[in-house]
Write a protein that binds this ligand. Structure first.
Ligand code: SAH
Ligand code: SF4
Length: 364
């Protein structure tokens, strides 16, 4: 069977080369060609002996997922639609800022966790992305942004905040994270790679052990009663356990705080009383808050909190000494804002409300 070399992290590639009777330094050379130089054609890997190049060509491919659409928003945000086969597509968003370039990537086609306010969740779950499909988003974005030889810091930060729950696709997510951090691949700083989770407590512990990176936790409610409804996984891992997991994570994290994401939904979770309840909840967890004004999508019953209420909420947190930012809604005009990422996912679950758009339509 032909293997896709983008499915391996450095250790995996070394092991595969060993199986082919090749030395580890060859694996390193190929890793650099693929990820630092963005080369997919073995024939172009010029410092590798021709015989090895031919052997590789016979047994392997370097196959990133295809980009089926590439749209630039008025504010410079750029959204890629990535084909992941069988009529499914996921989204990758590049957000340029003065001091950094952030790529927001997807880890699953759809999501099984069904948060009440999330467009991806409402589509249901199709499948986990492969390592090649996760790292391939970085590969393709680099190519589209004209990055050569990985020496420019066009993409300085990666956030796993696109479609899907990264910790529900743990092995593939970790292999992709390792490639992002590897100096022979993307060489990103551990502090500049962020996993966002809705709170899969046992897997947060695994991440801390196997590949600690910056962590964002999707909180969205200050008590179990409300969070059970907004983020149903809370019924399994309630807030007390989640806060304890955050504290454990910080023992090995590259940053000394957790980022709590909090989607501001009109009349649901945005009162002053909610803000005060939050302060009590997080009092033992060093943290920052990122407030995300709810992004509406078709069929959603919720509305965005008014700007004034968001400001008031932020003030209460800041007066208590918690650094709080309010996310600017970017890429609105191309549906690239948080929680609007719907991609085109064929739901494998029995859900009937899922919006399934054939890929052909998505291209237009
Ligand atoms: N599954 C992960 C990462 C992807 S979602 C997680 O839940 O953390 C990235 C962030 O966008 C999460 O905090 C998520 O709760 C938030 N989000 C989802 N839908 C949203 C919407 N419609 N408006 C604003 N934020 C949303
Ligand atoms: Fe899944 Fe995150 Fe959306 Fe919840 S918010 S449904 S965990 S992608």
């Amino acid at each position: 069977m032909t293997v896709n070399l983008l499915d391996f992290d450095a250790d995996g590639l070394t092991a595969w080369f060993a199986e082919q009777g090749e030395k580890p330094f060859r694996a390193k050379q190929v890793l650099r060609w693929m990820h630092r130089s963005g080369v997919a054609d073995f024939a172009a890997m010029t410092d590798i002996a021709k015989s090895l190049r031919e052997k590789l060509k016979a047994r392997a491919v370097v196959a990133p997922p295809a980009v089926v659409s590439d749209k630039v928003s008025d504010d410079g945000t750029r959204k890629f639609l990535i084909d992941v086969g069988n009529g499914n597509a996921v989204e990758t968003v590049f957000i340029p800022e003065d001091d950094r370039g952030t790529l927001c990537i997807s880890t699953q086609a759809g999501c099984a966790l069904d948060c009440a306010f999330c467009s991806t969740g409402k589509q249901g779950f199709n499948r986990n992305l492969t390592v090649a499909e996760i790292i391939g988003q970085l590969w393709q974005a680099n190519k589209a942004l004209g990055v050569v030889h990985g020496d420019e810091r066009v993409i300085s930060n990666v956030v796993m905040m696109g479609m899907g729950e990264p910790l529900a696709n743990f092995e593939n997510t970790v292999a992709a994270l390792k490639l992002m951090l590897d100096d022979n691949a993307y060489g990103l700083s551990r502090r500049r790679v962020t996993v966002s989770t809705s709170g899969l407590v046992p897997v947060m512990d695994r991440l801390r052990e196997e590949c600690p990176v910056a962590l964002a936790v999707s909180l969205h409610a200050p008590n179990d009663k409300l969070r059970d409804e907004l983020v149903p996984i809370n019924q399994k891992y309630p807030l007390k356990e989640l806060m304890a997991a955050c504290q454990r994570y910080l023992e090995k994290a590259p940053r000394d705080f957790i980022t709590f994401e909090y989607t501001m939904i009109d009349g649901i979770n945005d009162s002053e009383a909610h803000a005060r309840e939050l302060l009590a909840l997080v009092k033992n967890v060093p943290c920052k808050f990122n407030l995300i004004p709810f992004n509406p999508f078709p069929g959603s019953p919720f509305k965005r909190s008014p700007a004034e209420r968001v400001r008031r909420f932020a003030d209460i947190l800041m007066q208590a000494g918690i650094v709080t930012t309010t996310r600017k809604t970017r890429g609105d005009d191309i549906d690239a804002a948080c929680g609007q990422l719907a991609g085109q996912v064929k739901d494998k679950t029995k859900r009937t409300s899922g919006r399934v758009i054939p890929l052909m339509e998505a291209r237009s």
